[in-house]
Write a protein that binds this ligand. Structure first.
Ligand code: ADP
Length: 484
C-alpha cells in the first residue's frame, strides 16, 4: 500500500488560493447584499421615510397654514397624505402623482374615514400596512404600497388622523442592473486577483529560487558563492544569514585544509626522524649512541603530544569531558608546574605570587592551561629567555598572567590565535613547534569554567597571556568560618 504524498503548494499556488477565497467571500457578500437583501433594505428605508413624513405632518397640525404645509410635505416626499378629524371630516388631502390612489378612494367616504379612525385608535394609535395596490398598472403589474395611519391628540386637545400612502417602486429592474454590475465586478476581481497573485508570487519566488540555486552550489562546496540580498525583508535576512553561514563554512574549510597540511607535516617530520635515526642505528653499530636514542625518544614524545592535543581538543569541543571541579591551591599548583621546567637550565621563570589563593575549578585542566601558556611563551620567547608569571588578586578574582619578551603578535592577529589550527607565521614556525591547537584548548577550558581570558602584545617586545578565575575562600577562612 503506497500512500502518495501530496506535493505542497508553491508560493504562486498559495497566493492564488488566498486571493480565490478572498474573491469568493467578497463576491458572495456583494451578491447577498445586492440581490437578496436589496428588497428588505429598500422597504425598510421607505417605511422609515413614511413614518418621518407622518411626524412632520403631526407637528404642523395646529398651524394656520396646515394645509399648505402638508401639501409641501406631500410634494417633497412623493407621499399621498390625508388629514381628518375623528368623524372623518377631511382637513387636508394631497396626492403626489396622477396615479390612482387607494387613500384617495377611501377619502371619498366620510364614514369609511371615521371607521378607519376608530379602528386605528383602538389598535393603539398607529397602523402600518404593506400590501399590493388594488389598482393594476397598464403593463399588468401591481405596485406595492405602504399605508401608514396615525391617530393623535394635539396639544390643544384636537383628535386627528394622519394617513400616508407611498408606492414602493418594484426593485426587479434595479436588481437586473445590479446583477450585471456584480457579474462584471466579480470577473474584474478575478482577473485582477490572478494578475496580482502572479506579480506578488514572482516577486517573492524569484529571489527564493536564486537563493535555492546558490544554496545548492554552497552545499556542493562552492564557499565563494554570494547570496543576493534582494526582495522582501525576510528574504533579504535569509540571504544575509546564508552569506554569514557561507563565510563561516569557508573559514572552517580553510582551517580544515590547514589542519590536514599541518598535521600531516607535523606527523611526518618526527616519523621521518625516528625512521632515519633507527635505520642509521641498525646499519651503523657505532651510531647506537644515547644521544641518538634520545632524539628518537624526543620525536616520539612530540608525536604523542600532538596526538594528545588533537584528542583533547576534539573531546573538549564535543563536550564529553566533564569538569571535575574541586577546591585547590592555584598558587601551589603553578609553583609545581614551574618546578618541572627546572631542567630547562637556561630559562628563568620568575613567579610573582606571594599569598596562596584557592579556586574552585578542575585542577588538571587549569594546569593544562598554564602549561600551554608557558610552553608557548618558551617557544616564542626572546633572547633573555625569561618567562614571568604574575598572580594578582582583585575583587574576588585571581588573574594569572604569563609574560614573555619574544617577538609579539601583530594586533590584527590577536583575535585569530584562539581559533583552532591557527598559526600567525605558518611558513616558518610550523616545523619548529606546535599544531596551532594549544590556545584553542586554553580557550575551551576557560570558557567551560566561565573564566575571562585575553592577551596583550607588542611586536618585538613580547606578549602577556592572562586568565581569571573566581576565588574560593582559602583553607584558613573556611576553618574560621566553620568554627564560628
Ligand atoms: P601553537 O601550537 O602553534 O603554538 P597555539 O594555539 O598555542 O598553537 O598558538 C597559536 C598561535 O599563536 C601560534 O602559532 C603563534 O603564532 C601565536 N602565539 C601563541 N603564543 C604566543 C606567544 N607567547 N608569543 C607570540 N606568539 C604566540
Amino acid at each position: 500500500m503506497s500512500q502518495k504524498q501530496r506535493k505542497p503548494l508553491g508560493i504562486w499556488g498559495q497566493i492564488l488560493l488566498g486571493f480565490g477565497v478572498f474573491i469568493l467571500v467578497v463576491g458572495a457578500l456583494l451578491w447577498l447584499f445586492q440581490m437578496v437583501l436589496l428588497e428588505p433594505f429598500y422597504r425598510g428605508v421607505k417605511t422609515a421615510e413614511v413614518k418621518g413624513a407622518a411626524e412632520s405632518v403631526v407637528r404642523c397640525l395646529e398651524d394656520d397654514d396646515m394645509k399648505e404645509e402638508v401639501r409641501e410635505i406631500c410634494l417633497n416626499t412623493g407621499i399621498n397624505i390625508v388629514v381628518t378629524d375623528e368623524v372623518g371630516r377631511m382637513l387636508a388631502g394631497w396626492k403626489a402623482s396622477e396615479k390612482e390612489s387607494y387613500l384617495e378612494n377611501l377619502s371619498q367616504s366620510r364614514s369609511a374615514l371615521a371607521a378607519l379612525f376608530n379602528d386605528v385608535n383602538l389598535q393603539g394609535g398607529s397602523k402600518l400596512l404593506v400590501a399590493k395596490s388594488p389598482f393594476v398598472n397598464q403593463d399588468g403589474s401591481q405596485d406595492e404600497v405602504i399605508l401608514y395611519v396615525s391617530v393623535v391628540r394635539t396639544p390643544t386637545g384636537l383628535n386627528r388622523m394622519v394617513a400616508m400612502e407611498s408606492v414602493v417602486t418594484p426593485v426587479d429592474s434595479i436588481r437586473e442592473t445590479l446583477l450585471v454590475q456584480v457579474t462584471v465586478l466579480t470577473v474584474a476581481m478575478v482577473v485582477l486577483g490572478v494578475l496580482l497573485a502572479l506579480v506578488i508570487a514572482r516577486r517573492i519566488s524569484r529571489p527564493l529560487t536564486e537563493i535555492n540555486n546558490s544554496a545548492k552550489a554552497l552545499a556542493e562546496g562552492d564557499y565563494t558563492i554570494r547570496f543576493e540580498e534582494q526582495g522582501a525583508r525576510e528574504v533579504r535576512e535569509l540571504s544575509r544569514t546564508l552569506n554569514y553561514a557561507a563565510g563561516e563554512l569557508s573559514k572552517v574549510e580553510g582551517l580544515r585544509r590547514d589542519l590536514l597540511a599541518n598535521v600531516s607535516h607535523d606527523l611526518r617530520t618526527p616519523l621521518t626522524m625516528i625512521k632515519g635515526y633507527s635505520e642509521v642505528m641498525r646499519d651503523l653499530p657505532g651510531e647506537n649512541t644515547p644521544e641518538n636514542v634520545q632524539i628518537i625518544i624526543d620525536e616520539a614524545q612530540r608525536l604523542t603530544d600532538l596526538v594528545n592535543d588533537l584528542l583533547d581538543l576534539s573531546k573538549l569541543e564535543a563536550g564529553v569531558l566533564p569538569l571535575e571541579k574541586a577546591r585547590f591551591n592555584l598558587t601551589e599548583s603553578i609553583r609545581q608546574i614551574l618546578h618541572r621546567y627546572d631542567k630547562l637550565a637556561d630559562y628563568r621563570f620568575p613567579f610573582h605570587g606571594e599569598e596562596d589563593v584557592w579556586v574552585e575549578a578542575d585542577e588538571l585542566k587549569i594546569s593544562q592551561v598554564v602549561y600551554n601558556l608557558v610552553n608557548n611563551a618558551i617557544t616564542y620567547s626572546g633572547e633573555d629567555k625569561t618567562i614571568t608569571l604574575t598572580q594578582q588578586v582583585e575583587q574576588g578574582k585571581v588573574r594569572i598572567s604569563v609574560t614573555d619578551t619574544g617577538e609579539g603578535i601583530p594586533q590584527e592577529k590577536l583575535k585569530d590565535i584562539w581559533e583552532r589550527y591557527y598559526k600567525v607565521d605558518k611558513e616558518h614556525k610550523r616545523a619548529q613547534m606546535g599544531s596551532g591547537l594549544g590556545l584553542s584548548i586554553v580557550r575551551n577550558i576557560l570558557e567551560m569554567h566561565g573564566g575571562q581570558y585575553g592577551v596583550t602584545s607588542q611586536l618585538g617586545k613580547g606578549s602577556t597571556f592572562w586568565f581569571e578565575l573566581p576565588l574560593a575562600p582559602s583553607q584558613g577562612e573556611l576553618g574560621e568560618g566553620s568554627a564560628r
